[in-house]
Design a protein around this ligand. Structure first.
Ligand SMILES: [Fe+2]
Length: 280
């Protein structure tokens, strides 16, 4: 699970922009976003996957893939890459608010601070068929917008009762369920005073490591959407909307927690945006 958190920081904070980029203001970034948006609109072809070399997202300029993905024999790759036995995933690992996180030595004295939420949804293919038995992993910042990571530089408080990683296996209907707390937004160094909208990172493992997909779930009504180059690197509004969870009162626990629903579509025209291999 440490690996996924590493990837989050590499993608967002570890990828330190140049000094020139770091001096860029939000107004300048927003103007670049508007300019690209306008040119895409004029071309008449908004795309539902991110523009890989998206200049307002500074570190994508040098880090985006410029060649075709390297093809590999799936059977050979499986000899080398991580794999998970379904029996090894404890149902308690879907609850990020309790001290049941494999691989950590933390001692949990109590509940994490923040807004308790249930995040639930289905993983489906392009025809709406459930994807059963999928390993779903999530990682996120705490309520103050801080990750538990050695490279984390945001001076927000750590929460001794929150690590921010969890996983589960989808059920017969393709559904997943996590109990967690709502993450906070955090600064990420893309430009002066750049803040990421609150989000939860998701990984869907597939049948083998080469099939793994990584994406992000956002929360409805976030005022940072318009300012965020990562969110804006997808130019199609419908595709952006597909990354935003829906508040679902049926998922609330009465007088205890809020609830959000978010489905992931793996294939077809309504496919959920996923990050490129080199862009995690
Ligand atoms: Fe993140």
């Amino acid at each position: 699970m440490t690996t996924t958190t590493d990837q989050a920081l590499e993608a967002e904070q570890g990828a330190v922009p140049s000094s020139d980029a770091a001096a860029t203001t939000q107004a300048e970034i927003s103007a670049e976003i508007a300019e690209i948006s306008q040119s895409v609109e004029q071309a008449g072809e908004p795309v539902n996957q991110p523009l890989l070399g998206y200049a307002p997202y500074r570190s994508s300029i040098l880090r985006h893939p410029t060649k075709d993905p390297r093809h590999a024999d799936p059977e050979e790759i499986e000899l080398w890459t991580p794999c998970f036995g379904h029996s090894e995933v404890d149902p308690l690992e879907a609850n990020l608010t309790i001290g049941a996180h494999a691989g950590t030595n933390s001692t949990y004295a109590g509940e994490p601070l923040g807004e308790r939420i249930t995040v639930s949804g289905r993983i489906v293919d392009g025809d709406g068929r459930p994807v059963v038995g999928q390993l779903v992993e999530i990682w996120q910042a705490n309520a103050a917008g801080r990750y538990v990571h050695k490279h984390e530089q945001h001076p927000a408080p750590l929460d001794p009762n929150f690590v921010g990683v969890g996983r589960c296996i989808t059920g017969a209907d393709g559904s997943y369920h996590f109990q967690t707390i709502k993450p906070g937004p955090y600064p990420w160094g893309n430009h002066v005073n750049a803040w990421r909208p609150a989000h939860i990172h998701f990984s869907v493992f597939g049948r083998a490591f080469t099939q793994r997909l990584v994406t992000q779930m956002y929360f409805p009504g976030d005022p940072l959407f318009a300012l965020d180059p990562i969110y804006q690197s997808i130019t199609d509004q419908k595709a952006r909307d597909a990354l935003v969870a829906t508040y679902d009162h049926d998922l609330t626990a009465p007088e205890y927690s809020m609830g959000y629903n978010w489905d992931i579509v793996l294939t077809g025209p309504a496919r959920t945006w996923t990050e490129q291999e080199d862009n995690r």
